[in-house]
Design a protein. Structure first.
Length: 292
């Protein structure tokens, strides 16, 4: 295809946006509305995924040492715990450190335990590579000589992990559903736009215009509709999310991800979807109306 022909397709496609103002507005609005919902869902999904991953990475359990274990054997016991497959880190907290931490939590009421001595045991705080294996690893740790008690939340951790998995899977299914729904909604709107000009297409075909000559401007027009329809929600979501990050203060692991990290990816996805759906809707529509 000659460069002059490509230029002609581009000019005609751009002019057609304004020649058919109301239909262009309807198509761009459909693209923008659908992609706005899709983009907001993507932003929410990315942050929910990150939060659930952070929560899982911070899950840990405590192994309390029996009072009968002498201090000189504590380092070896820590090494035995660390040697269990699947353990990422082992942090030792002495009785004195545990008591100091409890007094900090009690604050003004710390004097209540001063006369009790130090009833707290030495303990190991254990983090694992795979949070789903916490119950199994906790059982192995509890079987080591010198470990008096292990606390890992019982059935709470498996339930929490199940909830996180459901949240992630639901987000993925929801996003996929929105993409499919958006593709059909937007492509049908573009089809209607082209359908209103079917007589123009038929006349051009009857006077001898080639399929490529007819199809080119419509492809450009559909692609531009998709692009402009994606550009608007991209700008709105970018600015809205940047404001949200600055205005809302959350604490880990529930903090929002940085704006560039999230929105640069979301904008690329939205623009890609807009261009693809606009072009795809034009291709599907033109196949039908070129059968004269």
């Amino acid at each position: 295809m000659r460069i002059r022909t490509i230029g002609r397709h581009g000019r005609e496609g751009f002019k057609n946006l304004f020649r058919n103002g109301w239909m262009t507005f309807a198509a761009v609005s459909a693209v923008a509305g659908t992609l706005l919902i899709l983009g907001a869902s993507l932003v929410l999904s990315v942050n929910v995924q990150a939060m659930s991953t952070n929560i899982e990475s911070q899950l840990q359990f405590n192994a309390y040492v029996s009072d009968s274990v002498p201090p000189q054997k504590l380092p070896k016991l820590g090494e035995e715990i660390h040697a269990i497959p699947g353990i990422r880190s082992v942090t030792f907290i002495s009785k004195a450190q545990a008591l100091k931490k409890m007094k900090q939590l009690l604050q003004a009421n710390a004097d209540l335990i001063n006369g009790l001595g130090n009833p707290l045991p030495n303990e190991f705080v254990i983090q694992v590579v795979d949070p789903h294996r916490i119950p199994a690893i906790a059982h192995e740790v509890s079987a080591l000589p010198g470990i008096g008690k292990v606390e890992y939340g019982g059935s709470v951790i498996p339930r929490l992990l199940s909830v996180m998995t459901v949240v992630r899977d639901t987000a993925v299914v929801f996003i996929v559903g929105l993409v499919i729904m958006g593709m059909f909604l937007i492509s049908n709107t573009i089809k209607i736009t082209i359908f209103t000009r079917r007589r123009e297409i038929e006349i051009m075909k009857l006077v001898g215009a080639t399929d490529g000559f007819i199809r080119g401007p419509f492809f450009v027009e559909g692609t531009l509709m998709g692009f402009f329809g994606a550009l608007l929600p991209s700008v709105v979501l970018y600015e809205a999310y940047r404001w949200l990050v600055k205005s809302v203060t959350l604490f880990p692991p529930f903090s929002l991800l940085p704006t560039p990290y999230v929105m640069d990816r979301v904008v690329v996805v939205l623009l890609g979807c807009g261009l693809f759906i606009g072009l795809w809707g034009s291709i599907v529509s033109m196949r039908k109306f070129l059968r004269v």
